[in-house]
Design a binder for this molecule. Structure first.
Ligand code: MN
Length: 322
């Protein structure tokens, strides 16, 4: 997925000072953003009041959308730097192609993990022949400075659902949850886990006290720490918790995101994460000039995305707004 804003705003993110050291319950509703010509996503992160959850720095939720006789998601080749993209589907499928030559149809319950590192480009498309419904989430994980220039990589891992016998079935997407570890490569302490919650459940999930967390509601209505969270909204939970109360009257599904508060400040612009104005400007120019940094998505039949114009004024870091 991609930030397709034609006038993307510059965001400086990160810094432990902005992390609430207490458990909190802060409900964030997304804002609708067009993605390509035929998809609207709900952008939940970054938002006005919150920029990151651990190293998670971007969260889009989309669907469930009826795409019978429609093209579905169509995102032409575009670049990334300094981050990993995490693709997770509940329904439907997405064809991923990238400049490493990877070509993979993502299906529900599997992890599509792309490490951009120093630079990659990819496209994401609903296949021509596809399921009637599309429902999923796309997230970005910021890479810490010491790893952000690693070689680009693509990983695809079939998830392993674990029934906890409490009404909750978990599939670890990244990191570790309840003694189960995802095979996905990570570069900072974090967790992402998909939770299916059966109707009638009332339980507590184990958390790390040092992590901050948020819950992204995907389906049904699940009460998280007593707060009803509707699909497509994100409940920020703060840190300092060792357990999380979860209740549901009917079947539901939630993604739990967490991580150690990310110390570094980031510059996010369009699909790039860097540290300085000069650096991000250089990435933009290199993409426009077809620099080999980003390679080519050879299997894509069509034009690639052009980067928006870079702001005339130098990008100045802006403080995080709470
Ligand atoms: Mn993308």
């Amino acid at each position: 997925m991609s930030d397709l804003d034609i006038r993307p705003t510059v965001r400086e993110c990160g810094g432990r000072a902005d992390v609430t050291a207490q458990p909190v319950r802060e409900l964030l509703t997304g804002r609708d953003m067009p993605l390509g010509e035929s998809t609207v996503v709900r952008r939940l992160l970054p938002t006005l009041g919150r920029r990151m959850i651990g190293a998670w720095c971007f969260v889009d939720h989309y669907g469930p959308d009826d795409i019978v006789d429609k093209p579905g998601m169509q995102v032409p080749p575009h670049p990334h730097t300094g981050l990993q993209t995490v693709s997770w589907l509940r329904q439907g499928e997405i064809l991923h192609n990238d400049s490493l030559g990877s070509s993979q149809v993502l299906t529900p319950g599997a992890l599509g993990l792309m490490t951009a590192g120093r630079g990659i480009s990819h496209s994401e498309q609903t296949p021509r022949s596809h399921a009637p419904l599309l429902h999923g989430a796309q997230l970005w994980v910021a890479l810490p400075d010491e790893h952000r220039h690693v070689a680009p990589a693509w990983e695809y891992h079939q998830g392993t659902p674990v029934d906890h016998g409490s009404g909750v079935t978990s599939t670890v997407i990244l990191g570790e949850f309840a003694n189960v570890t995802s095979p996905g490569t990570t570069y900072s302490p974090l967790v992402g886990v998909a939770l299916d919650v059966a109707g009638g459940t009332s339980t507590n999930l184990p958390l790390e006290r040092d992590f901050e967390y948020a819950a992204l509601a995907m389906h049904g209505r699940v009460d998280i720490d007593g707060v009803p969270v509707e699909p497509g909204s994100l409940l920020y939970l703060g840190s300092g918790r060792s357990r999380l109360p979860v209740e549901a009257t009917h079947d539901g599904a939630v993604m739990l995101l967490g991580g150690e508060p990310f110390e570094e400040k980031l510059l996010m612009w369009w699909n790039f994460i860097g540290r300085t104005d000069d650096e991000v400007r250089r990435y933009r120019d290199q993409w426009q000039q077809r620099d080999p940094r980003f390679g080519e998505v050879d299997s894509y039949d069509g034009a690639r995305l052009s980067a928006p114009p870079f702001p005339d004024l130098p990008l100045k870091p802006r403080g995080r707004t709470r």
